[in-house]
Design a protein around this ligand. Sequence first.
Ligand SMILES: [Zn+2]
Length: 343
Amino acid sequence: MTILLPTSTAGSLPKPSWLAEPETLWSPWKLAGNDLLKGKQNALLAALQDQQEANITIVSDGEQTRQHFVTTFIEHLEGVNFEKRKTVKIRDRYDASVPSVIGPVSRKKPIFVEDAKFLRQQTTQAIKWALPGPLTMIDTLYDEFYQSRKELAWEFAKILNQEAKDLEAAGVDIIQFDEPAFNVFFDEVNDWGIACLERAIEGLKCETAVHICYGYGIKANTDWKQSLGGEWRQYEAIFPKLRESNIDIISLECHNSHVPLELLELIRGKKVMVGAIDVASTAIETPQEVAATLRNALQYVDSDKLYPCTNCGMAPLPSALANAKLAALSAGAEIVRKELETR
Ligand SMILES: [Zn+2]
């Protein structure tokens, strides 16, 4: 990346109201058949345009073709039955009715590769593609087949590796794995979660990232955040091992969160996507606020390794608000870029 402080988003962006119910997760599609296919492509184009208008450096599909960042991937796999549902606690936090793993899991065919090729055709900018991480995937399922979280995660890692290689061949520059579960199951992360991630990126030549946040701005998450106390030190438990891993970039929640930024010292040397936009608040950050978060992070992240980003996906936000936040991210990064250039 030649530009200093390249900006990007954590992943999802709001969907247009003609495609799906806005400001809702798992919102059903409003179109079907060919109309839905065309609608998803138009939404992807609009999401790209929104990012370009906001001068975002590394663009994405805004996850316009998926209903949910984990479920949509799993829907395309063999071995998972979506009719056979069980209620489980997701991330130790909230009950959800989830599908069951009933046999060996496998990928019949590429899942997002056509979407990625379509995005690649539209722009020469660097593109980032998000996939769910293995630990987060197993945490949204009831497993009656393997009956081992570790074993199922490993199988998913192998499948993710196939998909990641196809995405790389389609021209994706950065492949990101979303692992909000890394903030909850520290022992599993250290015992085998990071090993699964490394299995998922095995043999890739493109850059790789892991996104570890405190979740979307939905009630179950904001309530959980209330219980975490004044200082959030969750990252501390997993950073030492992540620093030793082959993952290139670590994407984190930094703005308005109670994460002490000095924890970033523990991953010194890694590239860091610094979340400078709060996705759980409807207040629009000022460029100065964004700049302040970035300057703060620069104490622990070398300037050539700092990637300004959003704390998490923005799917649950109104679209005009999300666009205003993107513009603030861009303007804030530009302030700090100028400061660094004149140093
Ligand atoms: Zn997130």
